[in-house]
Ligand binder design. Structure first.
Ligand code: FAD
Ligand code: FES
Ligand code: MG
Length: 279
């Protein structure tokens, strides 16, 4: 059966790893790309990053933070069940460089997206420092996988229960300045990505941000994921999701991501009408 769930693992409170059979995506994906899934036939579509793959098992791995209706439906599925839809790989691969000192920064479930990108930077011959953030020690995810993938890994926790006390950008400022890194990648909550962009604006380094706007079709048709980058209109699903962090209009992204909050909170009443089986 297609889109079969092969394995499931709880990584932290509300954060679940799912391994799904997806032979064609497994062969074609690159770090930074994503998929769009519908957990079941009445679900809305949601984008999720491809975190890993296995040629032997013909599978891909995703890591899901259960924050709303559809992510909760996804993590309720068990091995042996199937996702209703799985489309991908979507988006452009993360920008790579070679022979540089690179910093990879992530907060929350963004750590999962960071893992394949940080790994790819190192495989391309860079020295990679990963700065990762979590609410507290028990929310840290993929620690062993990151240790194996990068040269240096540092954690920040909001409550100081592990590593640096504070957020990832505060940790960056505590250990780096102009000239420390030539290039960087950042993913996480919008305020964190915006703060990382502001902190490094005058450091003479490139910073790539992987953006998380609301997506629907993932093919550039619906306009849902419109972002402004350097005064230009872009669609994150086809032009991104990664863009030059120093040029992104993060305030607009914040406003657009809040646009459907009222409907998102009506978890019981709202039924998505885009699902093919609903109308
Ligand atoms: P809701 O209660 O409906 O929404 C909660 C918040 O999630 C909203 O306020 C909005 O900011 C965001 N959101 C809602 N619907 C969408 C949507 N259709 N598209 C994008 N954002 C939405 N999350 C993970 O846990 N793991 C990942 O690997 C991951 N990768 C992502 C990759 C990309 C390219 C993007 C754009 C987002 C990614 N996300 C990831 C975020 C994930 O898609 C949202 O958390 C999810 O869609 C929320 O849906 P919900 O119904 O559970 O929550
Ligand atoms: Fe529709 Fe990008 S999700 S244009
Ligand atoms: Mg939703």
């Amino acid at each position: 059966m297609s889109n079969l769930i092969l394995a499931k693992r709880q990584l932290a409170p509300e954060v679940t790893l799912l391994e799904v059979e997806a032979p064609r995506i497994q062969r074609r994906w690159k770090p930074g790309m994503f998929i769009i899934i519908r957990p079941n036939s009445n679900s809305e579509r949601i984008p999720l990053t491809i975190v890993d793959s296995s040629a032997a098992r013909q599978s891909i791995t995703m890591v899901i933070q259960a924050i709303g209706k559809t992510t909760k439906e996804a993590v309720a599925l068990e091995p042996g069940e199937s996702l209703c839809d799985l489309v991908g790989p979507l988006g452009e691969a993360a920008t790579m460089t070679t022979g540089q000192k690179v910093v990879c920064m992530a907060g929350g479930v963004g750590v999962a997206e960071l893992l394949p990108v940080a790994k790819a930077f190192r495989e391309a011959g860079n020295h990679v420092t990963a700065l990762c953030g979590a609410r507290s020690d028990n929310y840290r995810i993929l620690n062993d996988e990151l240790i194996a993938a990068v040269d240096e890994l540092k954690w920040a926790t909001d409550d100081g229960s592990f590593g640096f006390k504070g957020n990832v950008v505060q940790m960056l400022l505590s250990l780096a300045g102009p000239g420390t890194f030539a290039e960087g990648h950042v993913i996480g909550p919008i305020p964190m990505m915006k703060a990382a962009a502001e902190a490094t604006r005058d450091w003479g380094m490139k910073l790539h941000a992987s953006l998380n706007p609301v997506m629907i079709d993932g093919t550039g048709m619906c306009g849902g994921c419109r972002v402004t980058v350097g005064q230009q209109v872009k669609f994150a699903c086809v032009d991104g999701p990664e863009f030059d962090a120093h040029l992104v209009d993060f305030d607009e992204l914040t406003r657009r991501n809040r646009a459907y909050r009222e409907m998102e909170q009506q978890v019981q009443a709202h039924q998505c009408r885009i699902g093919l089986d609903v109308l």
